[in-house]
Design a protein around this ligand. Structure first.
Ligand SMILES: [Zn+2]
Length: 259
């Protein structure tokens, strides 16, 4: 019971930070300083304004100072992050996987929303993600050599997810990046180099099989959503629809999928 509570609180706190990343990274602002501010009036927010979800509800979705509406996206991102953490906890319990994939999922969540808003996938996040995946693989290799790799590291991994190692991460990043690069070269548009680096990051965490399949899962998800958007008239045939969110969602599905 305590464990669930800890996971929910952690999910809310990190989800709140994901919102900061979504707002600031594409604007090239520091994610640490200064403290959070209202995007409308610029007033620095006090701690009571920053309690995830609850502040939004207490303020009825309006800034305490200027009464401008707060984007509904903030609580949605926080709640989504909590749900992702709960799913991970259900799969892995309190293990190293929970923390590692938790960081991975939060990064994907931030990248998906940044792509939706700005049509970019910042290097600051994708390159960082690739580096973390590689470093983690290397760290696990060292633990193995040392004879201290926790058995929980191989516990209940997804059907298409590789065991962590520097080789798995490196191969995953290469294959993941290469398959998307191939599509970028062939299709000339639609997808960009940001998508290449995002799928390389996904490969660095999940290995080459998941990175390869992710292209197809993402394309399938993208087609379904595109058809719905065209049929409902929300988007025209010419509108560009960013691909990053589908790559991110595909990676989450592949991490959790048990065949
Ligand atoms: Zn304000």
């Amino acid at each position: 019971m305590i464990a669930w509570f800890v996971v929910v609180v952690l999910g809310l706190v990190v989800g709140s930070f994901v919102n900061v990343v979504i707002w600031r990274v594409p604007r090239r602002e520091s994610v640490v300083l200064p403290g959070s501010y209202c995007p409308h009036c610029g007033t620095r927010l006090s701690p009571r304004d920053l309690v995830p979800v609850f502040s939004y509800l207490a303020l009825k979705g309006k800034c305490r100072y200027c009464r401008e509406p707060i984007a509904w996206e903030y609580p949605v991102v926080e709640i989504t992050n909590v749900l992702l953490y709960l799913l991970l906890y259900a799969h892995f319990g309190f293990s190293l996987q929970l923390w590692l994939f938790g960081a991975f999922f939060s990064g994907l969540l931030a990248l998906a929303f940044i792509d939706l808003h700005h049509g970019i996938l910042p290097n600051r996040l994708t390159i960082l993600g690739i580096a973390v995946g590689l470093l983690w693989g290397g760290a696990v290799d060292l633990l193995r050599v040392w004879g201290r790799a926790p058995a929980s590291l191989t516990f209940n991994l997804g059907t298409y997810v590789a065991e962590f190692s520097i080789l798995a991460a490196g191969l995953g990043a290469l294959v993941g990046g290469a398959v998307v690069l191939l599509v970028v070269v062939i299709s000339r548009g639609g997808m960009g180099l940001g998508d290449v680096k995002l799928n390389a990051m996904i490969g660095a965490f999940l290995g080459w099989r998941a990175a390869l399949y992710n292209l197809f899962v993402a394309a399938l998800l993208g087609s379904v959503v595109a058809i719905v958007l065209l049929m409902t008239g929300k988007k025209g045939r010419k509108d560009a629809i960013p691909f990053g969110p589908y790559l991110a969602l595909g990676a989450i599905i592949l991490t959790l999928y048990r065949g």
